[in-house]
Write a protein that binds this ligand. Structure first.
Ligand code: SF4
Ligand code: SF4
Length: 408
């Protein structure tokens, strides 16, 4: 099994990772993209938590030390607020596991996921995460928004979307909680639906009966709740008789593909993979030139977790009037924007610092005016950082660009 297949698939107790923790040799290879370039300035760091704190406990080797101490009999460390912060600022970006699993066969990212679950077992859910969890339990979304408004984004599109709970469809479009409720992200849901409609796909949505995939609960370490929630989703989704689920959310894609693996009766496809296929088959026509200088931010959850690196680049390069240039940390080396893993709600200042660092790279290295991504979590965080800057940089979803380029 390669590192992608192992990432966040297994939910094992912390004790399982004690050997990995003892085998960590503190080489530090999981901190930067390339030790050969150590003399160069900037944009080499690749553990967002470590980079932003510059303190050993927040780097992967420090967390491995923590696991050694916590799994000793008796435990050799006191659980201070700083230690809890170190556990909860890991974004689960997967970079340390990519490096370490290839080189030494260890699974640090999975170990740090187990560390989060261990922290919840021992000390309960942090108060900033509690609202999210209560909201998922009460409203099936982390945004405290009523169920009956979930499909509001689908109104006034100029066409009707089938209700997949009432009519048989081949493809289910699953927008997820962000694209259903967050005003900055609902344009992605609308653009995806318009695209599927224009190319004549027989698709439907779950409407107000759609429920959170559970990613948010899983990433903060609320594993038990996630498992219960997942079981309900599997029942609902498998009863639909669909062949394909399409999502434009990297988090939903990763959760359904990895954490539900082997339990769904249909394939799960990210919209960029679907678009890539359609462009190669000549089924999409772009009419409008966009005239932008763009770069692409690889979201961890379709990048390192699923290896979807080329499709978004193929799509971007196919758009008229897009001058595309890469940043330095790309594909498997992409720098996580620190929105995920429960970091944004609990430590918004840290998430914003990471996002600004990423936008600096987009400006300095790629000379971009527009940062394109395929993940609502990245877009919310990077977009918020962009609004606080005066360099005019913008953050958009790839689907919004497609939508615009297809206009007359
Ligand atoms: S986690 Fe792996 S790559 Fe990172 S310091 Fe330890 S041994 Fe080295
Ligand atoms: S998963 Fe990412 S944020 Fe967490 S320790 Fe590893 S590199 Fe750092």
């Amino acid at each position: 099994m390669d590192y992608e297949a192992k990432l966040a698939r297994d939910v094992k107790p912390l004790i399982h990772y004690r050997n990995d923790a003892w085998k960590c040799v503190r080489c530090g290879l999981c901190r930067i993209i390339d030790p050969e370039q150590i003399e160069e300035d900037g944009y080499l760091d690749n553990c967002p938590a470590g980079y932003l704190h510059k303190f050993e406990l927040f780097y992967p080797a420090g967390r491995m030390d923590l696991i050694r101490c916590l799994t000793a009999e008796p435990p050799e460390i006191e659980m201070t607020e700083m230690v809890k912060k170190a556990i909860q600022t890991c974004t689960g970006c997967g970079n340390c596991q990519r490096i370490c699993n290839d080189q030494k066969g260890l699974e640090p990212t999975n170990a740090f996921q187990a560390l989060k679950a261990f922290a919840i077992d021992k000390w309960g859910i942090r108060k900033e995460h509690n609202n999210l969890i209560q909201s998922i339990l009460n409203y099936d979304n982390p945004w405290m928004a009523p169920r009956k408004t979930r499909s509001r984004w689908a109104k006034k599109l100029g066409f009707n979307i089938k209700d997949a709970t009432k009519e048989q469809v081949e493809v289910l479009y699953f927008p997820g909680c962000n694209a259903s409720y967050v005003p900055e992200i609902t344009p992605t849901a609308r653009a995806t639906a318009r695209l599927l409609n224009t190319i004549g796909i027989d698709f439907g949505i779950l409407g107000n009966k759609e429920r959170c995939c559970g990613s948010t609960a899983f990433r903060i370490g609320a594993n038990e709740m996630f498992e219960e929630y997942k079981a309900e989703n599997i029942k609902q989704l498998n009863a639909l008789g669909i062949k394909t689920m399409i999502t434009a959310c990297a988090g939903c894609h990763s959760t359904f593909s990895h954490n539900y693996a082997g339990e769904l009766d249909f394939e799960v496809v990210h919209i960029v993979e679907y678009l890539d296929r359609l462009i190669k088959e000549g089924k999409i026509e772009f009419k409008k030139s966009l005239n932008i200088k763009a770069t692409y931010h690889d979201p961890c959850h379709i990048g390192r977790y699923s290896g979807i690196y080329d499709p978004p680049r193929t799509v971007l390069n196919a758009l008229p009037g897009v001058e595309f240039k890469e940043m330095k940390r790309i594909k498997e080396n992409s720098f996580c924007c620190a929105s995920g893993g429960g970091v944004k709600p609990a430590f918004p200042d840290i998430a914003l610092k990471a996002a600004n660092h990423r936008l600096d790279e987009a400006k300095d290295i790629a000379g971009a005016d527009v940062v394109v991504s395929c993940c609502p979590f990245c877009e919310i965080n990077l977009g918020e950082a962009a609004k606080g800057r005066d360099d005019g940089i913008k953050v958009v979803d790839l689907l919004e660009l497609i939508d615009e380029a297809m206009e007359e």
